[in-house]
Design a protein around this ligand. Structure first.
Ligand SMILES: Cc1cc2nc3c(=O)[nH]c(=O)nc-3n(C[C@H](O)[C@H](O)[C@H](O)COP(=O)(O)OP(=O)(O)OC[C@H]3O[C@@H](n4cnc5c(N)ncnc54)[C@H](O)[C@@H]3O)c2cc1C
Length: 322
């Protein structure tokens, strides 16, 4: 028996969230005394596949054919579940990413598994199999017991620190036995934003709110973000007023992010905004109102006018680069 982990790739590259899932599966394997098998579906080269061993996979299974190279949640779930069943797996790990959220519940359905998503801890095995997960937009933590034979854990990205384990894993290349006709949906066209750092993957985020007064002032936000190699984000009213695209809206009704650094400029820090950003490792708030609620959630605060502070930050970022 093995712990099986889904190794999600993005255009042939494994993301940080995938390596976190593999490392988690390796650690879980140590707890339940099983080895760790990583399953990759799609076009991924050997160098990337070997990286899964670096973070704890004992065995790597790769499906890399034309039929499986285009993402389809139904096809991927059926193929993954079938492989897990053949390995008699009782512990399954996913990263709780957009892709993970599409596949993991389907796999749980096929395998009749108990599933917990957004998991932030390894299981406590003292009394059953109990994991911690965040609930109510991160404002509370629930202990959840998984009591079916097959247990599926979907881990919250950016929660687990990973270390190199450097195993020498075997790589097995298998052909999919699942026919593409099982898929009831088909992607016809994919249009992607190019040249921008994806907000969900960004380690650094520069975000701004209504305090910026209007879209014409976002040049400063973008300049600072470019200098830092950061993604840009915004509060809900800013996207509602079409100052910025909705894809940048973070918070309870927007995207949840956990970057290493979140710089919030001219954002009040309403609870609905904090719900999407409060797990960031370091939060810097810039606000002219010393009573702004964001200062209570921030690690560092600058009380000042954004239109005076931002040019200074930009100059400081430029001087570090030169
Ligand atoms: C059901 C529900 C869901 C919601 N979901 C979300 C969500 O997902 N995300 C979200 O962001 N909001 C959400 N909201 C809205 C949220 O409650 C706040 O209204 C919103 O976050 C406020 O946005 P803001 O901070 O940009 O604007 P404001 O509240 O107007 O705050 C602007 C801030 O900028 C400061 N400021 C002004 N001028 C300057 C200056 N020159 N320099 C520096 N600082 C300045 C002000 O002191 C103030 O603190 C939701 C609300 C509800 C009811």
């Amino acid at each position: 028996m093995s712990v099986i982990v889904f190794a999600e790739n993005s255009e042939g590259l494994f993301k940080k969230s995938t390596l976190e899932a593999v490392f988690y599966a390796h650690e879980l394997g140590k707890l339940v005394q099983q080895n760790c098998i990583a399953i990759s579906i799609g076009q991924v080269d050997e160098v990337q596949l070997k990286m899964l061993a670096t973070y704890g996979a004992d065995q790597i299974i790769s499906f890399n054919q034309t039929e499986t190279n285009t993402f389809n949640a139904e096809l991927y779930a059926a193929l993954f579940a079938n492989t897990a069943k053949n390995s008699n797996a009782k512990h399954i790990v996913f990263a709780n990413t957009y892709t993970g959220k599409l596949i993991a519940p389907r796999v749980a359905g096929i395998l009749n598994a108990a599933m917990a998503s957004g998991v932030i801890s390894l299981p406590n095995l003292d009394n059953g199999f109990v994991v911690k997960r965040t609930v109510f937009s991160g404002k509370a933590i629930a202990d959840v017991e998984l009591n079916a034979q097959v247990k599926l854990i979907s881990i919250a990205p950016n929660t687990f620190t990973i270390f190199e384990v450097n195993k020498s894993a075997s790589i097995e290349k298998l052909e999919s036995t699942i026919g593409t006709e099982i898929a009831k949906t088909k992607s016809i066209e994919l249009s992607k934003q190019v040249g921008k750092i994806a907000l969900t993957e960004a380690e650094l985020v520069v975000s701004a709110g209504r305090g910026m007064k209007g879209p014409e002032h976002w040049g400063m936000i973008e300049e600072l973000a470019d200098l830092l190699g950061a993604a840009t984000a915004c509060s809900k009213p800013v996207s509602d007023m079409h100052w910025r695209p909705h894809s940048e809206h973070v918070g309870q009704t927007g995207i949840t992010i956990k970057p290493n650094l979140y710089i919030a400029i001219g954002i009040s820090g309403a609870i609905q905004h904090l719900a999407g950003v409060s797990s960031s490792k370091v939060i810097v708030a810039i606000n002219k109102d010393p009573e702004a609620p964001f200062f209570k959630a921030a690690d560092y605060g600058i009380v000042g006018d954004a239109f005076e502070v931002l040019p200074q930050l930009i100059e400081a970022a430029k001087s570090i680069q030169s």
